[in-house]
Design a protein around this ligand. Structure first.
Ligand code: PLP
Length: 425
């Protein structure tokens, strides 16, 4: 099992998280190298390699390109305790969707003032809990939610979530959440009548947003709500630009491009010195690249459904487990064979038409319907990069299948220097 192997072969922990998950200084230069070290054991179970440095790097990238915008990591994206602990230690704030997420973040010693309860529709008992633990910043998008907040946490500080154009995004959210900006005045009137403290506006351009201009238009729309509120005697001071930032750069879409466009819009509509604090709720951006998933080939057979010969490989994680991202997150994943090496080898094995399937008895459980792979044997390994977002967060054990364990890697240099800088802050 990957985790026992982790403690057996890889020693020298950097620190310990709440559930005693070790950060490991592995000496491995890359996730691939760590996978190779791990499978020297007679291992079979699928496992993630979590590269904690990647999370640190992504937070730094955020700070470099969006220096005016304070990130609140969207815990739902990947509640891995080592990820949360790393972000907490680096001073990142958190966006929680439920009582459990709030409680897990507080357990890391994070102050309640660093948490936003950014679920526009909150379960009453969770709202009561948030009041008891002093997590007061939250979102709403309708009148009923205002009455609920008034009843269960009247000292809440509110952000009005508005709906924005999310048509370019892979996952739409405005079909469910966000008040029409035209209803803002009505909602602010109700909030005022109830004596609730509305601090600002939030939006989400959809997860996996493909169009930088969506952020620009959303900021413009939010600024109109700020203007309306001012005319109405309400001075708001927080703008929350949500999530939607890409997990990986592609040739068509780069984080830097989105950041430039967003910065431009913020500088026009919410210039320096305007008295409005800028925050965001990135999920995928911070964690996608930190996880590599290794799966074991547990079976193979010739396909009898395609006219051209093709091999079906069965592996021990699938769409009911970590690859739920194929269904819920509309993800596309690339299977790589460990025996292919890291791309630097001079001789490449013959590639053959193949498909990759999960371990359950369901025909839906297909990970990659068509690809090219070298000929694999039972016991060989495949790996999938950029598997940190919306994967393990929602995996089930359907058919009694095991969920992957995790191996953690972190270089000390990046991490320790941040600890030092935080300590001296
Ligand atoms: N904030 C809220 C309220 C969300 O619903 C989500 C994702 O669904 C996020 C933030 C994170 O979005 P992303 O992973 O696209 O950055």
């Amino acid at each position: 099992n990957a985790n026992s192997l982790c403690t057996k072969h890889l020693t020298s922990s950097l620190g310990r998280s709440q559930d005693d998950t070790p950060y490991i200084r592995t000496g491995a230069a890359s996730p691939l190298e760590l996978i190779r070290m791990a499978i020297q054991d007679p291992a079979e179970s699928a496992f993630f390699v979590v590269d904690v440095d990647e999370v640190v790097n992504k937070l730094r990238e955020w700070q470099a390109h969006l220096p005016r915008v304070t990130p609140y990591y969207a815990v739902k994206c990947n509640p891995d305790v080592a990820v949360l602990q790393t972000l907490a230690q680096l001073g990142c704030n958190f966006d929680c969707a439920s009582k459990e997420e709030i409680s897990n973040v507080l357990a890391l010693g994070v102050s309640p003032s660093r948490i936003i309860y950014a679920n526009p529709c909150k379960q009453p008992s969770h709202l009561r809990y948030s009041r008891n633990v002093d997590v007061n910043l939250t979102t709403f998008d309708c009148e009923d939610e205002l009455h609920k907040i008034y009843k269960f946490n009247p000292k809440a500080e509110l952000l009005l979530r508005i709906s924005v154009d999310d048509s370019s995004a892979v996952c739409n959210l405005s079909c469910k959440y966000g008040a029409l900006p035209s209803s803002a005045e009505e909602l602010l009137t109700v909030a005022k009548r109830l004596g609730l403290n509305v601090r600002g506006v939030s939006f989400h351009v959809g997860s996996g947003c493909k169009e930088p201009s969506a952020f620009v238009e959303a900021v413009k729309s939010a600024s109109q709500v700020f203007t309306e509120a001012r005319q109405f005697g309400l001075r708001m001071d927080i703008l929350d630009v949500g999530g939607g930032f890409p997990g990986m750069d592609t040739s068509e879409l780069k984080f830097k491009t989105i950041a430039q466009r967003l910065n431009g819009a913020l500088d026009s509509y919410f210039p320096h010195g305007c008295g409005v604090r800028l925050i965001a709720e990135p999920g995928r951006f911070l964690v996608s690249s930190s996880h590599t998933l290794a799966v074991n080939v547990i079976g193979r057979k010739a396909s009898n459904t395609t006219s051209a010969p093709s091999t079906m490989y069965f592996v021990n994680d699938g769409v009911y487990g970590s690859f739920n991202c194929l269904l819920y997150d509309h993800a596309e994943v690339e299977a790589k064979a460990l025996k292919m090496g890291d791309g630097t080898a001079t001789s490449v094995p013959d590639l053959q038409a193949s498909s990759v399937w999960g371990p359950t008895c369901d025909g839906l459980d297909c990970i990659v319907p068509q690809t090219k792979l070298p000929q694999l044997q039972v016991g060989d390994w495949l790996y999938f990069e950029n598997m940190g977002a919306y994967t393990s967060a929602a995996g089930s054990r359907f058919n009694g299948m095991e969920l992957p364990g995790k191996l953690y890697m972190a270089s000390t240099s990046a991490y320790e220097s941040d600890e030092e800088s935080l300590a001296s802050a």
